[in-house]
Ligand binder design. Sequence first.
Ligand SMILES: Nc1nc2c(ncn2[C@@H]2O[C@H](COP(=O)(O)OP(=O)(O)OP(=O)(O)O)[C@@H](O)[C@H]2O)c(=O)[nH]1
Ligand code: SF4
Ligand SMILES: [Mg+2]
Length: 418
Amino acid sequence: MEKTPKSLRLQIGIFGRTNVGKSSFLNMVAGQDVAVTSPVPGTTTDVVEKTMELLPIGPVVFLDTGGMDDKSVLSEKRIQKAHKALDRADVVVLVTEPGQWTGFEDAICDEAAKRKAPLIVVINKTDLGAPAPDFLQKIRGRTERIVLCSSVDHGKRDTHVNDLKRSLLEVCPEDFLRPPPLIGDLVQAGGLAVLIVPIDLEAPKGRLILPQMQTIREVLDSDAGVMVVKEREYAALLTRLKTPPDIVVCDSQVVLKMVADTPPAVRCTTFSILFSRLKGDLIEMARGVAAIDGLKAGDKVLIAESCSHHAVEDDIGRVKIPRWLRQYTGAELDIRSSAGRDYPEDLETYKLIIHCGSCMLTRRETLFRIEKAKARGVPITNYGVAISFVQGVLDRTLAPFPAVLEAYRSQIRTGVKK
Ligand SMILES: Nc1nc2c(ncn2[C@@H]2O[C@H](COP(=O)(O)OP(=O)(O)OP(=O)(O)O)[C@@H](O)[C@H]2O)c(=O)[nH]1
Ligand code: SF4
Ligand SMILES: [Mg+2]
């Protein structure tokens, strides 16, 4: 993580008047004491930098500045430093407290706007009193992204940090949401990827679908080769290879056959798993799927589709996944589905969300949906991960991603202990 150079990190500047709790807020987000805090106004003089991996956004650096409105002798220098930090900030976080909004706060908002830096307002010290509605209204005139916070209430840390992450996800410039590779890291230069593609009724006549083409392209860009085969010919073709492939990828629907036909030493996964890493947060999907083990009769499960495509007979989301879930759990589950842009407001009433492959959503939109589920405490997974799970082969299809496999196994262990 520390290898990422600063310029590739999202720079988050923390600004505000002295003593509002900027350093305390940073310490809470970091989960450790990074910056000195004290009741004496003007505690932070130099800009304190803290680099961290703020998932799912990625590598970030927080810049904790000295308060800018104090009357102490050092203030002029500090103001200059804070201005430099404003120039560096990709996102401006303005910390204030309930009732505290003057020309000073407006000036910071203006500076952010001048630099076209998105603005998040943190209303800190809410443990001392809730902000009044008209105060909130006034801030909404400046930004919709308001995080209510108490930096000294560590019990609420997760809620506050998640609120901050959601706001950051919304505003963070696209460049910083650069996705992980699709397959490039799973093949060596000169290596081979085998892609098992279904040529069935749903396959477009005379061509391959976009995800398959994208995968082929990335393997070629990695100076490796690709072999494309249907599931029926796969096993025979594998025996003709002198050296095993670096990776085998198949459509989720034939995962069971692929795993059976693939020697244990050969890494294999599915297109949907590759795409869930690219599009969203594979670790979270792998953790979420463990919740299937705890499902009981009557539990509500949401199948969330992000477009309203015309459902076909034996539709994956409407028919197959519900059937597999009922077979796997042996329970009569209350399975609902949502389609298109609407993501239900009552997420917390669900025991699990199984999201579609999000091919029509951007990475930002997908991450946002994941964060929304997390904020409501609802496990979330997706079709690709859930299919491998109910077929009993997820350990195999996650094996190419060791950190994800570990997260999944530890979640399963936690579930067993309960
Ligand atoms: N009650 C309460 N006190 C807080 C909160 N956050 C910070 N404080 C207290 O407010 C005082 C100032 O906190 P700092 O984090 O040093 O404030 P700062 O904005 O970094 O101050 P400067 O560096 O001087 O500009 C300290 O005594 C903190 O313990 C909060 O959420 N609630
Ligand atoms: S995976 Fe793509 S096509 Fe299927 S429901 Fe989601 S967005 Fe629509
Ligand atoms: Mg400080």
